[in-house]
Design a binder for this molecule. Structure first.
Ligand SMILES: [Zn+2]
Length: 434
């Protein structure tokens, strides 16, 4: 500060000090916020709701008894039918950052499908003694292809709100309170993604709650596979966990919050009793000496219903599967008749982005180039004119990432290329010019 008058030097120093204190304050505030992370608000939210709604307590007791009866009669074991759950995701955002992309939503559906079918890439981390219990739950998820009015949809709603954050009071579940109304709960799993206040990552009502609040709520930073934004909870496992509650699963230590830690249980035989949640990322075996005398291997902290970091939880058990299948059969039976999963325009759009068509318009060759997972799938590309007449067809084998169609013999005009496999169906417009 040579040459600067002394009073200005003081001013500059004060300015720097102020800036420094603000930075320190912000970082303390952030740390405080980080320390408040609450893995799951389900137990607390359900307790508060139950206190005000005795009919929910009654209904929950009936549901529990029906589920136990269903399992006792061995019916869950006999059910081999794949259960498919149509999902509608309500993205409620105030800032651009909260308006998560369709790709992130799509990544969440993929995580759910992997985790519930035990095809998750990290399943090899299940400790050997627990591997015998791991289950393909035979439950899969799709983004809804048809909305409640019968129109095509991609199952994703983006809605801006004036609310800067939401608490666990369910205001995100109604348009009147700055959120978005649910789709009929007997036909869709409603997931609201929004800025959840007070450090909650997510919460859910187990079956029996009123349709207007039934569903799952997830904080927008912790939905889908979202890189750095989600910190230790960035692999979509918050949703895997909360959807487990939606299927009536409990935490391994039970949901009643009893002080006698080994009295409570999750109602599942093959998850060891546990004195309480496991946080962070434990090493196996953990809690062998403290655990409730029922497992030589300690807590099953790597189960999706515990509180570990996203990259440290890997599976549901056969017992949890039986409970979920029983819950669908007894409490959510309409999901056994799957109707709203039809591949709709939305999914076509997402897949269409993975196929580029160039040059378009063209006066000669047109190239169809496939990206991501579509690269290694076989497709048939069929070109039709505006009257629906087939003018060309070509097969793309799994070994080829692109195919070309020669348009020299075609008249000028618009054509439609239907690009289809057994899983994907996309239509693209091709313009031929002369
Ligand atoms: Zn939970």
């Amino acid at each position: 500060m040579e040459g600067v008058p002394i009073q200005y030097q003081t001013k500059i120093m004060i300015k720097h000090l102020l800036a420094l204190s603000i930075t320190v304050l912000i970082s303390i505030a952030n740390q405080t916020k980080a320390q408040q992370t609450i893995r799951c608000g389900t137990t607390e939210v359900m307790q508060q709701y139950s206190a005000k709604h005795p009919e929910y307590v009654q209904k929950r007791a009936e549901i529990e008894s029906r589920i136990l009866d269903f399992i006792a009669r061995g019916q869950a074991k006999g059910v081999q039918q794949q259960i498919v759950i149509p999902v509608v995701v309500h993205v409620i955002y105030n800032t651009d950052e909260e308006n998560i992309s369709d790709e992130i939503v799509q990544s969440q559906i993929e995580v759910l499908n992997q985790d519930y079918s035990y095809t998750n890439p990290d399943k090899g981390n299940v400790p050997l003694p627990f591997q015998q219990y791991a289950a393909d739950c035979q439950i899969s998820f799709c983004l809804a292809g048809v909305d409640p009015s019968g129109n095509y949809t991609n199952g994703i709603i983006h809605k801006q709100t004036a609310a800067t954050e939401f608490t666990t009071e369910d205001k995100m579940k109604s348009s009147n309170t700055g959120g978005d109304d649910p789709w009929p709960c007997e036909k869709y799993l409603n997931i609201w993604v929004c800025d959840l206040a007070n450090g909650y990552l997510g919460y859910t009502f187990q079956p029996g709650a009123d349709c207007s609040i039934d569903g799952v709520v997830i904080d927008s930073k912790h939905f889908g596979v979202n890189g750095d934004l989600g910190g230790n909870y960035n692999l979509g496992r918050t949703t895997t966990h909360e959807v487990g509650h939606w299927f009536n699963l409990n935490h391994p230590w039970g949901n009643n919050g009893s002080n006698d830690q080994c009295l409570d249980d999750d109602g599942v035989g093959d998850t060891p009793h546990s004195p309480g949640p496991n946080y962070n990322c434990k090493n196996f075996p953990n809690n062998v000496s403290l655990t409730c005398l029922n497992s030589p291997y300690g807590d099953m902290f790597m189960n999706f219903m515990d509180y570990s970091y996203d990259n440290c939880m890997y599976f549901f058990t056969q017992g949890q599967k039986a409970r979920m299948v029983a819950a669908v059969n007894t409490s959510r039976p309409s999901f056994l008749e799957f109707t709203n999963c039809t591949v709709g325009v939305g999914e076509m759009e997402i897949n269409a982005n993975k196929i580029s068509t160039y040059p378009n318009p063209t006066n000669g060759m047109v190239n169809f180039s496939f990206q991501n997972e579509l690269k290694t799938q076989a497709f048939t590309v069929t070109l039709t004119d505006v009257l629906g007449q087939k003018v060309y067809s070509i097969h793309k084998p799994v070994s080829q990432h692109s195919v070309e169609i020669q348009t020299l013999s075609l008249q000028e005009g618009n054509y439609f290329a239907q690009i289809s496999s057994d899983k994907v169906n996309v239509v693209k417009k091709v313009v031929v010019i002369r």
